[in-house]
Design a protein around this ligand. Structure first.
Ligand code: DGL
Length: 238
């Protein structure tokens, strides 16, 4: 069982940033990455549709004998992780949370903006997290942004004005929370917008560390001598 793969899924390329952190933290592990492109964008869908899509991804990965599944998507974590956990109560299931708590903990003055998908903004889990921060973290739902990132990936000159339009109303923010794994691809453009003066938070590193500690506790880490690997899969709709 310990040399079985770890499944990682997202609606598309966003979760690759989480996969990367997991590979860095656990270089001997084998990973299976599933991009649920047929159902992208999750962030524009109803909670029912997101739950259905996310549970189907988890089922596919557990059917491939994965020893653990990482929900490398904030939208699916906020909306569907409890459903996945109740379907697989004996399995290790790790989610990706918007890094609101670490950001709030370090914010000494002013406010931070949390960029999220519309579905995350609507979710109860995210709502209660935001309420705990007493107005210091402002949620900013971004319709269509994940899809724009998928289509303009590797084209910073076309993404730069998109980032500028989004952040203009928050130009005096003291920090940015990337509440969607796709938005990690905007990190350097956001940094550039603020002239390198603010901190940018994402939850990928935290998810990787959580997975590592759960695998260690369950004695499920791959043998130290193995060389890690990744296999990529995608759903598609023509
Ligand atoms: N990457 C996903 C997230 O972290 C959502 C992108 C989408 O809307 O499909 O929220």
């Amino acid at each position: 069982m310990s040399n079985n793969p770890i499944g990682v899924f997202d609606s598309g390329v966003g979760g690759l940033c989480v996969l990367r952190k997991c590979m860095e933290a656990m270089p001997c592990e084998h990973f299976v990455y599933l991009a649920d492109s047929a159902n992208m964008p999750y962030g524009e869908r109803s909670a029912t549709d997101i739950k259905r899509a996310a549970c189907a991804c988890a089922e596919t990965l557990f059917d491939m004998n994965c020893k653990a599944v990482v929900v490398a998507c904030n939208t699916a974590t906020e909306t569907a992780i409890e459903d996945i956990r109740s379907l697989y109560p004996d399995k290790t299931v790790v989610g990706l949370e918007p890094a609101v708590k670490p950001c709030y903990g370090e914010l000494d003055c002013g406010y931070a903006v949390a960029l999220v998908t519309p579905a995350t903004a609507r979710s109860e889990k995210f709502g209660s997290l935001i309420r705990l921060c007493g107005g210091k973290i402002i949620p900013s739902p971004q319709p269509k942004l994940a899809a724009v990132i998928e289509s303009l990936i590797g084209e910073p000159s076309r993404l730069r004005p998109v980032v500028g339009d989004i952040l203009e109303p928050y130009k005096d923010a003291r920090a940015v929370v990337l509440g969607c794994s796709h938005y990690t691809y905007l990190t350097s453009l956001i940094d550039e917008f603020y002239g390198g003066k603010i901190k940018i938070y994402d939850g990928a590193g935290g998810a990787a560390q959580r997975l590592k500690s759960l695998l260690e506790k369950a004695d499920l880490c791959a043998d130290g001598g193995t060389v890690g690997s990744v296999r990529f899969y995608s759903t598609y709709k023509i």
